[in-house]
Design a protein around this ligand. Structure first.
Ligand SMILES: [Zn+2]
Length: 283
Protein backbone atom coordinates (compact mmCIF):
# COMPACT_ATOMS: atom_id res chain seq x y z
CA UNK A 1 0.00 0.00 0.00
CA UNK A 2 1.44 3.36 -0.95
CA UNK A 3 2.50 5.61 1.92
CA UNK A 4 3.62 9.23 1.97
CA UNK A 5 6.83 8.80 -0.07
CA UNK A 6 5.16 6.78 -2.81
CA UNK A 7 2.32 9.29 -3.12
CA UNK A 8 4.80 12.17 -3.12
CA UNK A 9 6.79 10.51 -5.91
CA UNK A 10 3.58 9.95 -7.82
CA UNK A 11 2.59 13.61 -7.45
CA UNK A 12 6.01 14.83 -8.64
CA UNK A 13 5.89 12.57 -11.69
CA UNK A 14 2.33 13.36 -12.65
CA UNK A 15 2.40 17.12 -12.22
CA UNK A 16 4.39 18.04 -15.34
CA UNK A 17 2.37 15.54 -17.38
CA UNK A 18 -0.96 17.05 -16.36
CA UNK A 19 -0.32 20.76 -15.87
CA UNK A 20 -2.18 22.92 -18.39
CA UNK A 21 -4.09 19.95 -19.86
CA UNK A 22 -7.84 20.14 -20.34
CA UNK A 23 -10.19 17.26 -19.68
CA UNK A 24 -12.06 16.69 -22.94
CA UNK A 25 -14.12 13.76 -21.78
CA UNK A 26 -14.75 12.00 -18.48
CA UNK A 27 -15.44 8.30 -18.55
CA UNK A 28 -16.31 6.45 -15.36
CA UNK A 29 -16.30 2.65 -15.35
CA UNK A 30 -16.66 2.26 -11.57
CA UNK A 31 -18.83 4.94 -9.98
CA UNK A 32 -18.01 3.43 -6.55
CA UNK A 33 -14.63 5.20 -6.50
CA UNK A 34 -16.28 8.64 -6.80
CA UNK A 35 -18.24 8.33 -3.55
CA UNK A 36 -19.84 10.40 -2.16
CA UNK A 37 -19.74 12.47 -5.38
CA UNK A 38 -22.40 11.43 -7.88
CA UNK A 39 -21.50 10.41 -11.41
CA UNK A 40 -23.53 13.31 -12.78
CA UNK A 41 -21.77 15.91 -10.60
CA UNK A 42 -18.34 14.43 -11.30
CA UNK A 43 -18.83 14.60 -15.04
CA UNK A 44 -20.43 18.04 -15.13
CA UNK A 45 -17.78 19.66 -12.89
CA UNK A 46 -14.75 18.08 -14.55
CA UNK A 47 -15.61 18.01 -18.23
CA UNK A 48 -13.72 20.89 -19.81
CA UNK A 49 -11.79 21.63 -16.61
CA UNK A 50 -8.12 22.54 -16.85
CA UNK A 51 -5.39 21.10 -14.59
CA UNK A 52 -3.72 23.89 -12.64
CA UNK A 53 -1.78 22.00 -9.97
CA UNK A 54 -1.12 18.80 -8.07
CA UNK A 55 0.01 18.38 -4.50
CA UNK A 56 0.05 15.76 -1.78
CA UNK A 57 -1.40 15.77 1.72
CA UNK A 58 -0.73 12.65 3.81
CA UNK A 59 -1.44 9.75 1.47
CA UNK A 60 -3.84 11.83 -0.66
CA UNK A 61 -3.26 13.44 -4.03
CA UNK A 62 -4.93 16.84 -4.50
CA UNK A 63 -5.58 17.69 -8.15
CA UNK A 64 -6.39 21.34 -8.78
CA UNK A 65 -8.52 22.44 -11.73
CA UNK A 66 -10.20 25.50 -13.09
CA UNK A 67 -13.80 24.69 -13.91
CA UNK A 68 -14.98 25.39 -17.45
CA UNK A 69 -18.49 26.36 -16.37
CA UNK A 70 -17.82 28.59 -13.35
CA UNK A 71 -14.17 29.48 -13.93
CA UNK A 72 -13.67 28.71 -10.24
CA UNK A 73 -11.00 26.47 -8.72
CA UNK A 74 -12.00 22.85 -8.11
CA UNK A 75 -10.10 20.28 -6.06
CA UNK A 76 -10.24 16.59 -6.82
CA UNK A 77 -9.03 14.20 -4.13
CA UNK A 78 -7.26 10.99 -5.12
CA UNK A 79 -6.34 8.05 -2.92
CA UNK A 80 -4.63 4.97 -4.31
CA UNK A 81 -6.08 2.57 -1.73
CA UNK A 82 -4.33 -0.79 -1.77
CA UNK A 83 -3.84 -1.37 -5.46
CA UNK A 84 -4.62 1.87 -7.25
CA UNK A 85 -2.51 3.37 -10.02
CA UNK A 86 -2.82 6.76 -11.63
CA UNK A 87 -0.95 7.40 -14.83
CA UNK A 88 -0.96 9.06 -18.21
CA UNK A 89 -1.03 6.89 -21.32
CA UNK A 90 -1.46 7.41 -25.03
CA UNK A 91 -5.07 7.60 -26.14
CA UNK A 92 -4.38 4.74 -28.56
CA UNK A 93 -3.03 2.42 -25.83
CA UNK A 94 -5.48 -0.29 -24.78
CA UNK A 95 -7.21 0.56 -21.50
CA UNK A 96 -6.29 -1.59 -18.51
CA UNK A 97 -8.90 -4.14 -17.50
CA UNK A 98 -9.63 -2.45 -14.16
CA UNK A 99 -9.71 1.15 -15.34
CA UNK A 100 -12.07 2.96 -12.96
CA UNK A 101 -11.92 6.52 -14.33
CA UNK A 102 -10.50 7.82 -17.60
CA UNK A 103 -9.97 11.50 -18.34
CA UNK A 104 -9.36 12.09 -22.01
CA UNK A 105 -6.84 14.92 -22.44
CA UNK A 106 -6.75 14.92 -26.22
CA UNK A 107 -3.97 12.67 -27.45
CA UNK A 108 -3.52 11.20 -23.99
CA UNK A 109 -5.61 9.65 -21.26
CA UNK A 110 -5.15 10.14 -17.56
CA UNK A 111 -6.20 6.83 -16.07
CA UNK A 112 -7.08 5.75 -12.57
CA UNK A 113 -6.96 1.98 -12.41
CA UNK A 114 -7.67 -0.13 -9.35
CA UNK A 115 -8.00 -3.91 -9.28
CA UNK A 116 -9.74 -3.85 -5.89
CA UNK A 117 -11.47 -0.44 -6.07
CA UNK A 118 -10.47 0.55 -2.52
CA UNK A 119 -9.08 3.87 -3.72
CA UNK A 120 -10.93 7.12 -4.37
CA UNK A 121 -11.19 9.88 -6.94
CA UNK A 122 -13.75 12.29 -5.57
CA UNK A 123 -14.79 15.93 -5.25
CA UNK A 124 -15.31 15.36 -1.51
CA UNK A 125 -12.09 16.61 0.10
CA UNK A 126 -13.26 16.41 3.72
CA UNK A 127 -10.85 13.53 4.44
CA UNK A 128 -7.86 15.88 4.44
CA UNK A 129 -9.41 18.09 7.14
CA UNK A 130 -9.03 15.29 9.68
CA UNK A 131 -5.34 14.78 9.01
CA UNK A 132 -2.61 15.58 11.50
CA UNK A 133 0.49 17.57 10.54
CA UNK A 134 2.73 16.72 7.61
CA UNK A 135 5.71 14.82 9.08
CA UNK A 136 8.20 16.76 6.96
CA UNK A 137 6.55 20.12 7.59
CA UNK A 138 7.21 22.79 10.22
CA UNK A 139 4.03 22.10 12.18
CA UNK A 140 5.24 18.65 13.16
CA UNK A 141 7.54 19.41 16.08
CA UNK A 142 8.80 17.09 18.85
CA UNK A 143 6.65 19.10 21.29
CA UNK A 144 3.44 18.67 19.25
CA UNK A 145 4.23 15.00 18.75
CA UNK A 146 4.94 14.45 22.48
CA UNK A 147 1.72 16.21 23.46
CA UNK A 148 -0.35 13.85 21.33
CA UNK A 149 1.49 10.69 22.41
CA UNK A 150 0.96 11.55 26.08
CA UNK A 151 -2.79 11.20 25.56
CA UNK A 152 -2.65 7.65 24.23
CA UNK A 153 -2.05 4.27 25.84
CA UNK A 154 -1.99 2.48 22.50
CA UNK A 155 1.15 0.62 21.46
CA UNK A 156 3.36 3.16 19.68
CA UNK A 157 3.37 1.18 16.41
CA UNK A 158 -0.44 1.22 16.28
CA UNK A 159 -0.55 4.89 17.28
CA UNK A 160 1.81 5.85 14.44
CA UNK A 161 -0.78 4.60 11.93
CA UNK A 162 -3.31 7.13 13.29
CA UNK A 163 -3.46 9.74 10.51
CA UNK A 164 -4.62 12.43 12.94
CA UNK A 165 -1.35 12.05 14.88
CA UNK A 166 0.84 12.55 11.83
CA UNK A 167 -0.27 12.25 8.20
CA UNK A 168 1.12 9.75 5.73
CA UNK A 169 2.92 7.18 7.90
CA UNK A 170 1.73 3.64 7.21
CA UNK A 171 2.72 0.13 8.14
CA UNK A 172 6.09 0.06 6.38
CA UNK A 173 7.51 3.35 7.62
CA UNK A 174 6.11 2.89 11.15
CA UNK A 175 8.22 -0.28 11.54
CA UNK A 176 11.23 1.38 9.91
CA UNK A 177 11.07 4.51 12.10
CA UNK A 178 10.75 2.52 15.32
CA UNK A 179 13.74 0.42 14.34
CA UNK A 180 15.85 3.53 13.72
CA UNK A 181 14.73 5.04 17.01
CA UNK A 182 15.47 1.71 18.75
CA UNK A 183 12.02 1.65 20.34
CA UNK A 184 9.88 -1.41 20.93
CA UNK A 185 6.72 -1.32 18.79
CA UNK A 186 4.82 -2.59 21.84
CA UNK A 187 5.72 0.37 24.08
CA UNK A 188 2.64 2.36 25.17
CA UNK A 189 2.61 5.77 23.45
CA UNK A 190 2.31 7.64 26.75
CA UNK A 191 5.35 5.85 28.17
CA UNK A 192 7.84 7.42 25.77
CA UNK A 193 10.21 9.89 27.42
CA UNK A 194 10.71 13.23 25.69
CA UNK A 195 14.15 12.06 24.57
CA UNK A 196 12.65 8.92 23.01
CA UNK A 197 9.91 10.97 21.38
CA UNK A 198 12.49 13.28 19.88
CA UNK A 199 14.46 10.31 18.52
CA UNK A 200 11.31 8.86 17.00
CA UNK A 201 10.32 12.24 15.54
CA UNK A 202 13.72 12.43 13.92
CA UNK A 203 13.57 8.81 12.69
CA UNK A 204 10.15 9.34 11.07
CA UNK A 205 11.41 12.35 9.14
CA UNK A 206 14.58 10.52 8.16
CA UNK A 207 12.94 7.36 6.81
CA UNK A 208 10.36 9.34 4.83
CA UNK A 209 12.87 11.81 3.40
CA UNK A 210 15.21 8.99 2.40
CA UNK A 211 12.39 7.07 0.75
CA UNK A 212 11.36 10.13 -1.24
CA UNK A 213 14.97 10.68 -2.26
CA UNK A 214 15.38 7.08 -3.31
CA UNK A 215 12.17 7.03 -5.31
CA UNK A 216 10.09 4.37 -3.72
CA UNK A 217 10.25 1.34 -1.49
CA UNK A 218 7.02 -0.36 -2.45
CA UNK A 219 7.40 -3.36 -4.79
CA UNK A 220 6.89 -2.29 -8.36
CA UNK A 221 4.61 -4.53 -10.32
CA UNK A 222 3.78 -2.64 -13.46
CA UNK A 223 6.03 -2.23 -16.44
CA UNK A 224 5.47 1.39 -17.33
CA UNK A 225 6.78 3.45 -20.18
CA UNK A 226 9.29 6.27 -20.06
CA UNK A 227 7.03 9.28 -19.53
CA UNK A 228 3.78 7.96 -18.20
CA UNK A 229 4.30 9.13 -14.64
CA UNK A 230 4.51 5.61 -13.32
CA UNK A 231 7.20 5.23 -10.77
CA UNK A 232 5.98 3.04 -8.00
CA UNK A 233 3.77 0.35 -9.50
CA UNK A 234 5.47 1.43 -12.66
CA UNK A 235 9.07 0.36 -13.01
CA UNK A 236 10.22 -0.02 -16.58
CA UNK A 237 11.35 -3.55 -17.54
CA UNK A 238 14.92 -4.34 -16.53
CA UNK A 239 15.35 -1.44 -14.09
CA UNK A 240 16.67 -2.33 -10.63
CA UNK A 241 14.42 -2.90 -7.64
CA UNK A 242 15.88 -1.23 -4.57
CA UNK A 243 12.98 -2.22 -2.38
CA UNK A 244 14.52 -4.93 -0.23
CA UNK A 245 17.93 -3.42 0.31
CA UNK A 246 16.49 -0.08 1.41
CA UNK A 247 14.17 -1.37 4.11
CA UNK A 248 15.96 -2.43 7.28
CA UNK A 249 13.26 -4.39 9.13
CA UNK A 250 10.02 -4.38 7.15
CA UNK A 251 9.24 -7.79 5.63
CA UNK A 252 12.54 -9.22 6.92
CA UNK A 253 11.18 -11.74 9.45
CA UNK A 254 13.84 -14.34 10.31
CA UNK A 255 16.58 -12.43 8.52
CA UNK A 256 19.52 -11.06 10.53
CA UNK A 257 19.19 -7.56 11.99
CA UNK A 258 21.47 -5.15 10.11
CA UNK A 259 22.84 -3.90 13.45
CA UNK A 260 23.16 -6.95 15.71
CA UNK A 261 22.50 -10.03 13.51
CA UNK A 262 19.68 -11.28 15.77
CA UNK A 263 16.76 -12.53 13.63
CA UNK A 264 14.05 -9.95 12.90
CA UNK A 265 10.71 -10.79 14.47
CA UNK A 266 7.22 -10.43 13.03
CA UNK A 267 4.25 -9.81 15.29
CA UNK A 268 0.66 -8.78 14.55
CA UNK A 269 -0.67 -5.54 16.04
CA UNK A 270 -4.19 -4.33 15.23
CA UNK A 271 -4.34 -6.95 12.44
CA UNK A 272 -1.22 -5.53 10.74
CA UNK A 273 2.28 -7.03 10.62
CA UNK A 274 5.00 -5.36 12.64
CA UNK A 275 8.66 -6.17 12.05
CA UNK A 276 11.30 -5.42 14.68
CA UNK A 277 14.50 -6.52 16.34
CA UNK A 278 13.80 -7.60 19.93
CA UNK A 279 17.48 -7.09 20.77
CA UNK A 280 17.90 -3.53 19.42
CA UNK A 281 14.35 -2.38 20.20
CA UNK A 282 13.97 -3.46 23.80
CA UNK A 283 12.93 -0.25 25.56
ZN1 LIG B 1 19.18 -5.80 16.18
Amino acid sequence: MPELPEVEIRARHLQPLLLGKTIRRVRVCRAKVLKPTSLREFQSVLTGAKFTGLSRRGKYLLFEFRSKISGKPVTLLGHLGMTGRMFVAKKTDPLPKHAAVIFNLGRQNFIYEDTRYFGRLTLDVSAVEKLGPEPLGNEFTPEVFAGKLKRSRQAIKIKLLDQSLVAGVGNIYASEALFRARLSPKLAANRLTFGETKNLWHAIREVLAEAIDGGSTVPLNFAGGKSDGLYYFGRAPGTPDYYEERLRVYDRAGMPCVNCRHPIKRIVQAARSTFYCSHCQNS
